[in-house]
Ligand binder design. Structure first.
Ligand SMILES: [Zn+2]
Length: 431
């Protein structure tokens, strides 16, 4: 085994000088969810995996069929096409398989003026271990994607020189993670499974075996319009919004009073947040329609149905206490991304295997094990796929979706090494 590790590390060392160019090439593709570039990056990766000599499964996702299935996780952007890609490095047989799953879609850049370099023109700043690559998606999660790609490339090179593993290693770049999980859902519907999965999302190289869920909701409040000069004859929706917000805040407090120990490190494990509000259509009219859209956290072990019922119940109680709202109840809709929570038992051998690989890669203390307050593809892999899955990857999640998003190249390297060593130990050597 020591020999195999040495061979894989040597193969990785030979590839690392290409990391800057690889990550820059990935970040330069503006693969915002729902754009043509989302397909472009899938094809680029399929071609590259093919070039490495992997068995590549590349297929068009059947968007209308998948979207009509009861377990479809939702989507928030329109797509006319989307592609699934899996590269498989076949093992000799008898070992555990390992799937590396990385989303290739990124979120829009936000205010371009908030960036100090153009978001899709990758820029490297700093020196030595402080070198960082800046660009949309660098942290979430093309840094992790590059690490997984390099690990697989190293394993492939080592296999070609005689160091084969027993189990398969799979690399799956997926689309649509940011708006629901289309790509991973399609991957699972295609029939791909593995004995363990690592998603190199930005965790700062901590181990994240659990994710809270997140449900996108829409509240509609109705009032009665009137000319502003006679406003007392109308009913402003704004006057009734605070009752609803107070009820949501109180609900949030109750839901966070006691949380699973793996989530206890967060000041607020399961936030309820309104992200978009629109009301009224004229300065001199009493606003009679308000639409508020937000995000509701799902606790570990809680079903989507139970989480929805909790929010609907809190809104209904607020309406019951307000005479206008009692007669004109707030409508609650669930739309867009519907992320269930998901978890792998922290005692699962995959968790200790990743921790051991992390330490073998460069020493230092064992990584922390904690749950994350955001939803991700993890819940599809553990839930629908039944695949033990954890997140472990380079970058700070606080950088994700932010202007001047960046990742430390040193951390990407370290992650690549950990993933390569993990594969050796997890997939095993032929007996
Ligand atoms: Zn991500």
């Amino acid at each position: 085994m020591t020999e195999a590790r040495g061979a894989v590390e040597a193969a990785l060392d030979a590839l690392l000088p290409g990391l800057d160019d690889l990550l820059a090439a990935l970040v330069a593709i503006p693969s915002v969810g729902g754009t043509a570039a989302e397909s472009e990056i899938q094809h680029l990766l399929a071609d590259r995996l093919d070039g490495l000599g992997l068995e590549v499964d590349r297929w068009p996702l059947d968007l209308s069929a998948l979207g009509g299935e009861p377990e479809f996780p939702g989507a928030e952007v329109a797509r006319t096409e989307a592609w699934g890609v899996v590269g498989r490095l076949p093992g000799s047989g008898g070992g555990r398989s390992l799937l590396l799953n990385a989303h290739t879609d990124v979120v829009p850049v936000g205010d371009p003026c908030a960036w100090t370099s153009p978001p899709f023109t990758p820029t490297i700043r700093g020196t030595g271990a402080q070198r960082r690559l800046i660009g949309r998606g660098a942290c979430d999660m093309k840094g992790g994607l590059a690490a997984a790609y390099l690990a697989v490339a190293a394993l492939t090179a080592a296999a070609r020189s005689g160091t084969r593993l027993a189990g398969d290693v799979l690399l799956a770049p997926v689309v649509g993670e940011e708006d629901g999980g289309l790509g991973t859902y399609g991957l699972l519907r295609r029939g791909w499974r593995a004995d363990g999965c690592v998603i190199p999302e930005p965790t700062g190289l901590d181990l994240v075996p659990a994710n809270a869920g997140a449900l996108t909701f829409r509240l509609t409040l109705r009032g009665r319009s009137a000319h502003a000069s006679r406003r007392t004859e109308g009913v402003s929706v704004l006057d009734h919004l605070p009752a609803v917000l107070d009820a949501l805040r109180a609900l949030e407090g109750r839901r966070n009073a006691e949380v699973d120990p793996v989530m206890a490190g967060w000041p607020l494990a399961y936030p309820i947040s309104i992200g978009r509000v629109s009301a009224g259509d004229w300065p001199s009219s009493v606003p009679d329609l308000l639409v508020a859209e937000g995000r509701h956290g799902v606790a570990l072990g809680e079903s989507i149905a139970a989480a929805r019922a909790a929010l609907e119940g809190a809104v209904a109680e607020a309406c019951a206490r307000d005479p206008w709202l009692a007669a004109h109840p707030v409508e609650v809709e669930w739309w867009g991304g519907q992320f269930a929570s998901g978890a792998t038992d922290p005692a699962h051998p995959l968790v200790s295997a990743v921790a051991a690989a992390h330490q073998a890669a460069r020493g230092g203390p064992a990584p922390a094990v904690l749950g994350a307050p955001y939803g991700s593809d993890l819940r599809l892999l553990t839930g629908i796929g039944g695949i033990p899955t954890l997140q472990y990857g380079p970058g700070d999640a606080a950088q994700a979706h932010a202007p001047d998003e960046s990742v430390a190249l040193d951390e990407v390297e370290r992650c690549a090494r950990s993933l390569a060593l993990l594969a050796v130990d997890w997939c095993g050597r032929p007996v």
